[in-house]
Design a protein around this ligand. Structure first.
Ligand SMILES: Nc1ncnc2c1ncn2[C@@H]1O[C@H](COP(=O)(O)OP(=O)(O)OP(=O)(O)O)[C@@H](O)[C@H]1O
Length: 310
Protein backbone atom coordinates (compact mmCIF):
# COMPACT_ATOMS: atom_id res chain seq x y z
CA UNK A 1 0.00 0.00 0.00
CA UNK A 2 1.09 3.54 -0.68
CA UNK A 3 2.74 5.18 2.30
CA UNK A 4 0.39 7.69 3.92
CA UNK A 5 2.52 10.21 5.67
CA UNK A 6 -0.28 12.50 6.74
CA UNK A 7 -3.77 12.27 8.14
CA UNK A 8 -6.77 13.38 6.09
CA UNK A 9 -7.36 16.16 8.58
CA UNK A 10 -5.16 17.30 11.41
CA UNK A 11 -6.30 20.11 13.67
CA UNK A 12 -4.00 21.12 16.52
CA UNK A 13 -4.95 23.58 19.27
CA UNK A 14 -7.36 25.45 17.04
CA UNK A 15 -8.73 28.71 18.42
CA UNK A 16 -11.35 30.76 16.60
CA UNK A 17 -13.04 33.85 17.96
CA UNK A 18 -15.89 35.98 16.75
CA UNK A 19 -15.27 39.31 18.44
CA UNK A 20 -15.13 38.50 22.13
CA UNK A 21 -16.83 35.15 21.78
CA UNK A 22 -14.51 32.15 21.59
CA UNK A 23 -16.26 29.65 19.33
CA UNK A 24 -13.39 27.14 19.20
CA UNK A 25 -11.15 27.01 22.23
CA UNK A 26 -8.02 24.90 21.71
CA UNK A 27 -9.45 22.03 19.71
CA UNK A 28 -7.30 19.12 18.53
CA UNK A 29 -8.52 16.33 16.29
CA UNK A 30 -7.15 13.92 13.73
CA UNK A 31 -9.06 12.19 10.98
CA UNK A 32 -7.47 9.13 9.44
CA UNK A 33 -7.77 8.63 5.73
CA UNK A 34 -10.60 6.41 4.58
CA UNK A 35 -12.53 6.78 7.83
CA UNK A 36 -15.86 8.33 8.66
CA UNK A 37 -15.50 10.78 11.51
CA UNK A 38 -18.49 12.40 13.17
CA UNK A 39 -18.02 15.66 15.03
CA UNK A 40 -20.82 15.49 17.56
CA UNK A 41 -21.93 18.26 19.85
CA UNK A 42 -24.86 20.43 20.90
CA UNK A 43 -25.88 23.61 19.09
CA UNK A 44 -23.23 26.26 19.37
CA UNK A 45 -20.46 23.81 20.34
CA UNK A 46 -18.23 25.02 17.50
CA UNK A 47 -18.77 22.24 14.95
CA UNK A 48 -19.50 24.48 11.98
CA UNK A 49 -16.68 26.86 12.83
CA UNK A 50 -14.21 23.98 13.05
CA UNK A 51 -15.34 22.45 9.80
CA UNK A 52 -15.40 25.79 7.98
CA UNK A 53 -11.83 26.36 9.10
CA UNK A 54 -10.89 22.96 7.65
CA UNK A 55 -12.65 23.95 4.44
CA UNK A 56 -10.56 27.12 4.22
CA UNK A 57 -13.50 29.51 4.69
CA UNK A 58 -12.09 30.80 7.97
CA UNK A 59 -8.55 31.36 9.18
CA UNK A 60 -7.50 30.13 12.61
CA UNK A 61 -6.80 32.76 15.29
CA UNK A 62 -4.34 30.26 16.75
CA UNK A 63 -3.36 26.67 16.15
CA UNK A 64 -2.92 24.83 12.90
CA UNK A 65 -5.16 23.04 10.45
CA UNK A 66 -3.88 20.64 7.79
CA UNK A 67 -6.10 18.97 5.24
CA UNK A 68 -4.51 16.22 3.12
CA UNK A 69 -1.24 17.63 4.37
CA UNK A 70 -2.00 21.13 3.05
CA UNK A 71 -3.04 24.47 4.49
CA UNK A 72 -6.71 24.98 3.64
CA UNK A 73 -6.36 28.74 3.11
CA UNK A 74 -2.94 29.02 1.48
CA UNK A 75 -3.30 25.85 -0.60
CA UNK A 76 -6.97 26.30 -1.47
CA UNK A 77 -6.36 25.88 -5.20
CA UNK A 78 -4.57 22.58 -4.77
CA UNK A 79 -7.22 21.29 -2.36
CA UNK A 80 -10.32 22.29 -4.33
CA UNK A 81 -10.34 19.29 -6.71
CA UNK A 82 -9.68 16.85 -3.86
CA UNK A 83 -12.18 18.02 -1.28
CA UNK A 84 -15.97 18.01 -1.47
CA UNK A 85 -17.91 20.39 0.73
CA UNK A 86 -21.55 20.31 1.75
CA UNK A 87 -22.30 23.52 3.55
CA UNK A 88 -24.97 23.99 6.16
CA UNK A 89 -27.74 25.89 4.41
CA UNK A 90 -26.53 24.87 0.96
CA UNK A 91 -24.75 28.04 -0.21
CA UNK A 92 -26.54 27.72 -3.56
CA UNK A 93 -28.17 30.75 -5.25
CA UNK A 94 -31.98 30.74 -5.04
CA UNK A 95 -32.73 30.88 -8.75
CA UNK A 96 -30.40 28.05 -9.78
CA UNK A 97 -32.04 24.80 -10.88
CA UNK A 98 -30.51 21.48 -9.79
CA UNK A 99 -29.48 20.32 -13.28
CA UNK A 100 -27.78 23.67 -14.02
CA UNK A 101 -25.98 23.52 -10.69
CA UNK A 102 -24.78 19.98 -11.33
CA UNK A 103 -23.60 20.72 -14.89
CA UNK A 104 -21.83 23.84 -13.72
CA UNK A 105 -20.08 21.96 -10.92
CA UNK A 106 -19.20 19.08 -13.26
CA UNK A 107 -17.52 21.52 -15.66
CA UNK A 108 -15.16 22.60 -12.87
CA UNK A 109 -13.70 19.12 -12.46
CA UNK A 110 -11.40 17.05 -14.66
CA UNK A 111 -13.23 13.75 -14.20
CA UNK A 112 -16.64 14.43 -12.71
CA UNK A 113 -19.27 11.86 -11.88
CA UNK A 114 -22.04 11.96 -14.49
CA UNK A 115 -24.76 14.33 -13.17
CA UNK A 116 -27.41 11.77 -14.20
CA UNK A 117 -25.90 9.20 -11.88
CA UNK A 118 -26.09 11.51 -8.89
CA UNK A 119 -29.61 12.58 -9.82
CA UNK A 120 -30.72 8.98 -9.84
CA UNK A 121 -28.79 7.97 -6.73
CA UNK A 122 -30.11 10.90 -4.72
CA UNK A 123 -33.65 10.81 -6.07
CA UNK A 124 -33.52 14.30 -7.56
CA UNK A 125 -35.20 13.34 -10.84
CA UNK A 126 -38.52 15.06 -10.18
CA UNK A 127 -37.03 18.39 -9.22
CA UNK A 128 -34.39 19.08 -11.85
CA UNK A 129 -36.10 22.19 -13.22
CA UNK A 130 -37.26 23.66 -9.94
CA UNK A 131 -35.38 26.74 -8.71
CA UNK A 132 -33.32 25.99 -5.60
CA UNK A 133 -35.46 28.26 -3.43
CA UNK A 134 -38.58 26.22 -4.20
CA UNK A 135 -37.05 22.81 -3.49
CA UNK A 136 -38.07 21.09 -0.27
CA UNK A 137 -35.51 21.06 2.53
CA UNK A 138 -34.71 17.44 1.77
CA UNK A 139 -34.20 18.13 -1.94
CA UNK A 140 -31.93 21.07 -1.12
CA UNK A 141 -29.84 18.87 1.17
CA UNK A 142 -29.57 16.12 -1.43
CA UNK A 143 -28.56 18.61 -4.11
CA UNK A 144 -25.82 20.05 -1.87
CA UNK A 145 -24.60 16.53 -1.25
CA UNK A 146 -24.56 15.78 -4.99
CA UNK A 147 -22.52 18.95 -5.55
CA UNK A 148 -20.06 17.91 -2.84
CA UNK A 149 -19.55 14.54 -4.51
CA UNK A 150 -19.52 15.38 -8.20
CA UNK A 151 -15.77 15.93 -8.42
CA UNK A 152 -14.97 12.45 -7.01
CA UNK A 153 -13.33 13.97 -3.92
CA UNK A 154 -10.85 12.13 -1.71
CA UNK A 155 -12.32 13.82 1.32
CA UNK A 156 -15.77 15.25 1.95
CA UNK A 157 -16.97 17.59 4.67
CA UNK A 158 -20.67 17.31 5.39
CA UNK A 159 -22.02 19.91 7.78
CA UNK A 160 -25.21 18.58 9.39
CA UNK A 161 -26.05 16.49 6.32
CA UNK A 162 -29.36 15.28 7.66
CA UNK A 163 -30.56 18.38 9.50
CA UNK A 164 -34.28 18.76 8.97
CA UNK A 165 -34.65 15.57 6.95
CA UNK A 166 -37.28 12.91 7.42
CA UNK A 167 -36.07 9.43 8.40
CA UNK A 168 -36.25 8.14 4.82
CA UNK A 169 -34.12 10.94 3.38
CA UNK A 170 -31.75 10.53 6.31
CA UNK A 171 -31.36 6.87 5.45
CA UNK A 172 -30.49 7.77 1.82
CA UNK A 173 -27.73 10.04 3.05
CA UNK A 174 -26.53 7.49 5.59
CA UNK A 175 -26.28 4.77 2.94
CA UNK A 176 -24.34 7.10 0.71
CA UNK A 177 -21.88 7.93 3.48
CA UNK A 178 -21.25 4.23 4.03
CA UNK A 179 -20.83 3.73 0.29
CA UNK A 180 -18.27 6.55 0.16
CA UNK A 181 -16.37 4.90 2.96
CA UNK A 182 -16.35 1.57 1.13
CA UNK A 183 -14.83 3.28 -1.88
CA UNK A 184 -12.06 4.75 0.29
CA UNK A 185 -13.34 8.33 0.58
CA UNK A 186 -12.71 10.06 3.90
CA UNK A 187 -15.86 11.58 5.35
CA UNK A 188 -16.02 14.20 8.08
CA UNK A 189 -19.53 15.07 9.14
CA UNK A 190 -20.98 17.19 11.87
CA UNK A 191 -24.12 16.19 13.63
CA UNK A 192 -26.03 16.65 16.81
CA UNK A 193 -27.81 13.33 16.23
CA UNK A 194 -26.31 10.67 18.41
CA UNK A 195 -27.78 7.75 16.51
CA UNK A 196 -26.32 9.13 13.29
CA UNK A 197 -22.86 9.36 14.84
CA UNK A 198 -23.17 5.88 16.34
CA UNK A 199 -24.40 4.30 13.13
CA UNK A 200 -22.12 5.92 10.57
CA UNK A 201 -18.87 6.86 12.22
CA UNK A 202 -15.66 4.94 12.79
CA UNK A 203 -14.56 7.74 15.06
CA UNK A 204 -16.65 10.18 17.03
CA UNK A 205 -15.23 13.44 18.29
CA UNK A 206 -17.52 14.83 20.95
CA UNK A 207 -17.18 18.57 21.33
CA UNK A 208 -18.65 21.03 23.75
CA UNK A 209 -17.97 24.74 24.20
CA UNK A 210 -15.27 24.69 21.52
CA UNK A 211 -13.28 21.80 22.97
CA UNK A 212 -13.04 18.07 22.47
CA UNK A 213 -14.52 16.38 25.52
CA UNK A 214 -14.14 12.80 24.26
CA UNK A 215 -13.15 10.92 21.16
CA UNK A 216 -12.94 7.36 19.99
CA UNK A 217 -14.96 4.69 18.28
CA UNK A 218 -18.65 4.56 19.25
CA UNK A 219 -18.04 1.21 20.96
CA UNK A 220 -14.95 2.51 22.77
CA UNK A 221 -16.75 5.60 23.98
CA UNK A 222 -19.75 3.77 25.30
CA UNK A 223 -17.75 1.00 26.97
CA UNK A 224 -16.76 1.43 30.59
CA UNK A 225 -18.68 3.40 33.16
CA UNK A 226 -22.23 2.26 33.67
CA UNK A 227 -22.39 -0.18 30.81
CA UNK A 228 -25.98 -1.05 30.99
CA UNK A 229 -29.13 0.39 32.43
CA UNK A 230 -32.31 -1.20 33.55
CA UNK A 231 -35.30 1.06 33.80
CA UNK A 232 -38.98 0.75 34.52
CA UNK A 233 -41.86 2.75 35.83
CA UNK A 234 -43.85 1.91 38.95
CA UNK A 235 -45.70 3.85 41.65
CA UNK A 236 -43.55 6.68 43.03
CA UNK A 237 -41.75 6.43 46.34
CA UNK A 238 -40.95 2.70 46.55
CA UNK A 239 -38.22 1.94 49.15
CA UNK A 240 -35.05 1.77 47.04
CA UNK A 241 -32.83 1.15 50.06
CA UNK A 242 -34.16 -2.40 50.20
CA UNK A 243 -33.20 -2.94 46.59
CA UNK A 244 -29.76 -1.39 47.12
CA UNK A 245 -29.14 -3.84 49.94
CA UNK A 246 -30.03 -6.77 47.71
CA UNK A 247 -28.03 -5.59 44.73
CA UNK A 248 -24.89 -4.55 46.56
CA UNK A 249 -22.62 -1.60 45.97
CA UNK A 250 -21.61 -2.24 42.35
CA UNK A 251 -24.91 -1.00 41.02
CA UNK A 252 -26.50 2.42 41.26
CA UNK A 253 -30.24 2.59 41.92
CA UNK A 254 -32.26 5.73 41.68
CA UNK A 255 -35.75 7.06 41.17
CA UNK A 256 -35.70 10.02 38.80
CA UNK A 257 -38.10 11.54 38.02
CA UNK A 258 -40.69 10.25 40.50
CA UNK A 259 -42.00 6.86 39.40
CA UNK A 260 -39.12 6.12 37.01
CA UNK A 261 -36.61 3.69 38.43
CA UNK A 262 -33.14 2.97 37.09
CA UNK A 263 -30.45 0.50 37.96
CA UNK A 264 -27.08 1.17 36.34
CA UNK A 265 -23.87 -0.82 36.24
CA UNK A 266 -22.78 -4.26 35.12
CA UNK A 267 -26.16 -5.95 34.79
CA UNK A 268 -26.58 -9.69 34.83
CA UNK A 269 -29.71 -11.84 34.55
CA UNK A 270 -29.66 -12.31 38.31
CA UNK A 271 -29.93 -8.53 38.78
CA UNK A 272 -33.07 -8.72 36.70
CA UNK A 273 -34.41 -11.48 38.94
CA UNK A 274 -33.63 -9.44 42.08
CA UNK A 275 -35.45 -6.43 40.69
CA UNK A 276 -38.42 -8.59 39.72
CA UNK A 277 -38.53 -10.14 43.24
CA UNK A 278 -38.32 -6.71 44.82
CA UNK A 279 -41.29 -5.64 42.72
CA UNK A 280 -43.14 -8.86 43.48
CA UNK A 281 -42.69 -8.38 47.22
CA UNK A 282 -44.33 -4.97 46.89
CA UNK A 283 -47.09 -6.13 44.59
CA UNK A 284 -46.07 -3.76 41.80
CA UNK A 285 -45.63 -4.38 38.11
CA UNK A 286 -42.44 -2.87 36.57
CA UNK A 287 -44.01 -1.24 33.53
CA UNK A 288 -41.88 -0.69 30.42
CA UNK A 289 -38.99 -2.69 31.87
CA UNK A 290 -36.02 -2.32 29.54
CA UNK A 291 -32.33 -3.07 29.60
CA UNK A 292 -30.25 -0.74 27.45
CA UNK A 293 -26.63 -0.15 26.66
CA UNK A 294 -24.89 3.08 27.63
CA UNK A 295 -25.23 5.52 24.75
CA UNK A 296 -23.17 8.46 23.55
CA UNK A 297 -25.87 10.63 25.09
CA UNK A 298 -25.02 9.13 28.49
CA UNK A 299 -21.32 9.71 27.86
CA UNK A 300 -21.97 13.33 27.01
CA UNK A 301 -24.16 13.78 30.07
CA UNK A 302 -21.48 12.28 32.32
CA UNK A 303 -18.78 14.50 30.84
CA UNK A 304 -20.63 17.80 30.76
CA UNK A 305 -23.55 17.37 33.12
CA UNK A 306 -25.85 18.47 30.30
CA UNK A 307 -27.99 16.81 27.68
CA UNK A 308 -26.71 16.77 24.14
CA UNK A 309 -30.09 17.75 22.81
CA UNK A 310 -30.72 21.32 23.86
N1 LIG B 1 -20.30 34.51 12.19
C1 LIG B 1 -20.40 34.49 13.51
N2 LIG B 1 -20.34 35.61 14.26
C2 LIG B 1 -20.43 35.59 15.59
N3 LIG B 1 -20.61 34.46 16.33
C3 LIG B 1 -20.68 33.31 15.66
C4 LIG B 1 -20.59 33.24 14.22
N4 LIG B 1 -20.70 31.97 13.84
C5 LIG B 1 -20.85 31.25 14.99
N5 LIG B 1 -20.82 32.04 16.07
C6 LIG B 1 -20.92 31.62 17.47
O1 LIG B 1 -19.86 30.71 17.72
C7 LIG B 1 -20.30 29.60 18.51
C8 LIG B 1 -20.05 28.30 17.75
O2 LIG B 1 -20.89 28.27 16.61
P1 LIG B 1 -20.89 27.09 15.55
O3 LIG B 1 -21.85 27.46 14.47
O4 LIG B 1 -19.50 26.79 15.15
O5 LIG B 1 -21.45 25.90 16.42
P2 LIG B 1 -22.13 24.56 15.96
O6 LIG B 1 -21.64 23.54 16.89
O7 LIG B 1 -21.92 24.33 14.51
O8 LIG B 1 -23.64 24.83 16.24
P3 LIG B 1 -24.93 24.47 15.36
O9 LIG B 1 -25.18 23.01 15.62
O10 LIG B 1 -25.95 25.33 15.98
O11 LIG B 1 -24.61 24.80 13.96
C9 LIG B 1 -21.75 29.86 18.81
O12 LIG B 1 -21.81 30.44 20.08
C10 LIG B 1 -22.19 30.83 17.74
O13 LIG B 1 -23.21 31.66 18.22
Amino acid sequence: MEAMPYAAVEVVDLVKRYGRRTAVDGLTLRVERGSVTAVLGPNGAGKTTTIETCEGYRSPDAGTVRVLGLDPVRDATALRPKVGVMLQGGGIPNAVRPMEALRHAAALHADPLPPGLLVERLGLGSSLRTPYKRLSGGQQQRLSLALALIGRPELVFLDEPSAGLDPQARAVIGDLVLELRRSGVTVVLTTHLIDEAERLADEVVVIDAGRVVASGSPAGLTAGGAQTRLSFTAPAGLPLDDLRRVLGSGLACEERPAGTYRVEGPLTPSVLVSVARWCEARGVMPEGLTVSRRTLEDVFLELTGRELRG
